[in-house]
Write a new protein. Structure first.
Lengths: 359, 344
């Protein structure tokens, strides 16, 4: 006797999907309902606080902080302070423009078509040059603004990108030097990397800002921001060097030997064969390091720089808006989120793109 | 190079808190300031209630900032010549040794360690840092003893907690301490009526009061439970500069004592009521040359920045949002501790 089996009806649709994932057993149903209710309750509370009960303008300031919603008036009143720090009020358009130029430069250097030994450095020299000239002024009728007065988001972005751009080539040099066949160079670099890594970032920055002027002759002192950026870049470079070294080690020795057999010069071996693979293999860690560095820039507040976090603290530290610290921190979190999330998405996109043809 | 090494030695002694009394040999900061035509003075890395804060335009405001401006005016003739350098608490002493700043005016208490081991020198106190008690207005307390048996909210593990305990024990007042980890919690508890009173540094109490749903619900009681004299700090060995600072503070106090304000200083200069005022405002010469300044330096300070009382009112007193009572920072003839030196 044969039984005919009805072919299974392909189960589709929203209802089926919902049942399969959320209501498959009575226990799952209970959990779904409970957590769904909790989620909705939280969303309602949050949107009430952040949107519906919020106070948006300074004119309604007197209602702020009495159990009502968020007081976004603080952002209206102190937003420019948070974004620009101590930069002179009338000149803040320069800070905005400079900030946009650096963001544009970062954006452009993310385009693979510009990745070449000549184009990328040219782009950054132009980008940074424009940034510094605009921020500093002192020509063509723009008043001089010394780097002590730079602040807010432009300073954060400047420090981050300067550290990244200075630190990355330095990291490559460190990584290659550590793998050098000359023991003095290899051991020396290894010692240096371990030494710098064993010091807290705060100590290094403090030393660069405060102790270096006591040690070096005046003509070598440079300005404080410059010293801090260089010190930060070295700190970044020693970590990044280890990441790149890991990438270099992941390439097979056979490739080195093949290159040597073909008579490729060392420079070409490194630039054309090893580094592209090393960077591709270590992309997730590199993005990780970049994200950490972006967030660590807020440490410079301890040596008196008004980056965006310090400016936020200045905005709430004045008594007038003391109670609105939550709103200011939420705003700062959003600023950081935009940049860090952008960085992460770019990393993911890059990984995807590089995987094409490399199964 | 030698001076650099000497400075480094000072910073090293600072870092390791050794007992060496290194002396910075870099003489004549006053000369440097004049040559540079700006005074490098301390700000803050953020805002510090009432003393160094940044307003919405990114301009520095506050009591210490006004002192910087007064000093810049005395030496260079204009308050705009004060260049405010943002500096954290930890950074201020190394920064003055390395020459990043000329002077520290940053609510800096005069302690023996700082005075002796760090190679620093203090001016006479320009501000008496007070710890006060603030109570609920409906209790009608006139002094701390009226709050006997009350609940006092304090920040856990802070100086204030200890200072309050000492004061209460010394004065035999019973109280029930209620400790909170954070300033925000402390405020919330106070606003919710869980505390009869809180204790703290003056400006903190004032801002707590001002930000209350109804500020009049709370009153700062005049009794000071503890004080810390705050001085203006220069490197060891800057005697001329210190002279200028001390006489600048005296000029501010003398102006207040004689009722000279930024509004009426011109009138008073035209008709000086006393020989002291004549000397102060440079009508009879001498007040400037002896310090290496212009003879009208005190006049300029009073004209542009105001007298001590005006500065106080504008930044932390009745004219500001803090409404901190003058208390001990009043002149000697008004029940305070401040007095000018003798201008002869």
């Amino acid at each position: 006797m044969t039984t005919s089996v009805v072919p299974p009806v392909p189960k589709r649709g929203f209802g089926y999907w919902l049942k399969k994932h959320f209501f498959s057993t009575w226990l799952n149903s209970v959990i779904t309902v409970l957590f769904g209710a909790l989620l909705i309750w939280m969303c309602v509370k949050l949107s009430n606080w952040a949107i519906f009960d919020a106070i948006w303008t300074v004119d309604n300031k007197e209602h702020c902080g009495h159990g009502a919603g968020a007081c976004w008036a603080v952002i209206q009143d102190r937003g420019r302070l948070i974004l620009f720090g101590l930069y002179p009020y009338e000149e803040q358009w320069r800070s905005t423009l400079a900030c946009l130029i650096v963001i544009l430069t970062i954006g452009l250097s993310c385009l693979p078509s510009l990745w070449s030994i000549k184009k990328l450095p040219t782009l950054w020299v132009i980008g940074f040059g424009a940034f510094v000239l605009l921020m500093r002024g002192g020509f063509a009728g723009l008043p001089l603004v010394t780097s002590e007065q730079w602040g807010g988001l432009s300073l954060t972005i400047f420090i981050f990108s300067a550290v990244f751009v200075l630190g990355m080539p330095l990291a490559v040099v460190f990584a290659l030097a550590r793998r050098s066949s000359l023991p003095v160079i290899a051991k020396g670099t290894g010692l240096f990397i371990d030494l710098v890594r064993s010091l807290p970032l705060l100590t290094i920055l403090f030393a660069a800002a405060v102790v270096v002027p006591l040690l070096v002759p005046d003509w070598l002192e440079g300005n404080k921001l410059g010293r801090v950026v260089v010190a930060f870049a070295v700190f970044f470079a020693v970590y990044q060097a280890e990441i790149i070294r890991a990438g270099l080690q992941s390439t097979s020795q056979g490739q080195n030997e093949a290159a040597a057999a073909l008579g490729m010069p060392y420079w070409s071996l490194v630039v054309d064969i090893l580094l592209p693979q090393a960077f591709r293999n270590t992309l997730p860690s590199t993005i990780n390091q970049a994200v950490i560095t972006f967030k660590e820039t807020s440490i410079v507040t301890i040596i008196g720089f008004f980056e965006v976090m310090a400016s936020g603290n200045a905005a709430i530290g004045g008594g007038e808006w003391t109670e609105q610290f939550v709103e200011v921190y939420v705003f700062l979190a959003l600023v950081y989120f935009v940049f860090v999330f952008g960085l992460s998405r770019y990393g993911a996109w890059l990984e995807n793109r590089m995987r094409v043809g490399h199964a | 190079m030698l001076t650099k090494l000497m400075k480094l030695a000072t910073v090293a002694s600072l870092a390791f808190a050794t007992a060496t009394s290194a002396q910075a040999q870099d003489e004549g900061v006053l000369g440097e300031i004049k040559a540079r035509d700006s005074l490098l003075c301390t700000g803050h890395n953020g805002s510090y209630l009432g003393f160094a804060e940044v307003d919405a335009q990114g301009e520095w405001q506050g009591f210490d900032i006004e002192m910087c401006r007064a000093l810049a005016t005395a030496i260079l003739g204009s308050p705009d010549k004060a260049q405010i350098i943002p500096i954290s608490w930890a950074q201020r002493f190394p920064a003055i040794q390395s020459g990043d700043i000329d002077v520290i005016i940053k609510v800096t208490g005069w302690t023996m360690t700082r005075d002796t081991e760090l190679g620093l020198q203090y001016s006479r106190p320009y501000f008496i840092g007070p710890f006060y008690v603030m109570s609920r207005s409906d209790l009608g307390a006139q002094s701390i003893s009226d709050l006997d048996g009350g609940v006092f909210c304090v920040n856990a593990g802070t100086t204030v907690e200890r200072v309050l305990a000492d004061y209460m024990e010394t004065n035999g007042i019973e109280y029930q301490p209620l400790a909170f980890e954070k300033g925000e919690e402390l405020r919330a508890a106070l606003y919710a009526g869980r505390c009869d009173a809180i204790a703290g540094f003056g400006p903190f109490l004032s801002s707590t009061r001002v930000n209350a749903p109804n500020p009049d619900d709370f009153t700062i009681i005049g009794d000071v439970i503890k004080l810390e004299p705050e001085g203006i700090v220069v490197r060891q060995g800057e005697d001329d500069f210190l002279d200028v600072i001390n006489w600048m503070v005296t000029a501010l106090l003398l102006a207040e004592e004689n009722g000279i304000t930024s509004e009426n200083v011109d009138e008073i200069k035209a008709n000086p009521p006393s020989a002291t005022v004549e000397r102060l405002l440079g009508v009879t010469p001498g007040v400037g040359t002896r310090l290496g300044l212009q003879d009208d330096w005190a006049y300029n300070v009073i004209k542009t920045v105001g007298n001590y009382g005006q500065i106080y009112d504008r930044t932390i007193g009745d004219g500001s949002r803090y409404k901190l009572p003058r208390g001990l920072n009043n002149l000697w003839n008004n029940g305070g501790l401040l007095y000018p030196l003798v201008l002869d």
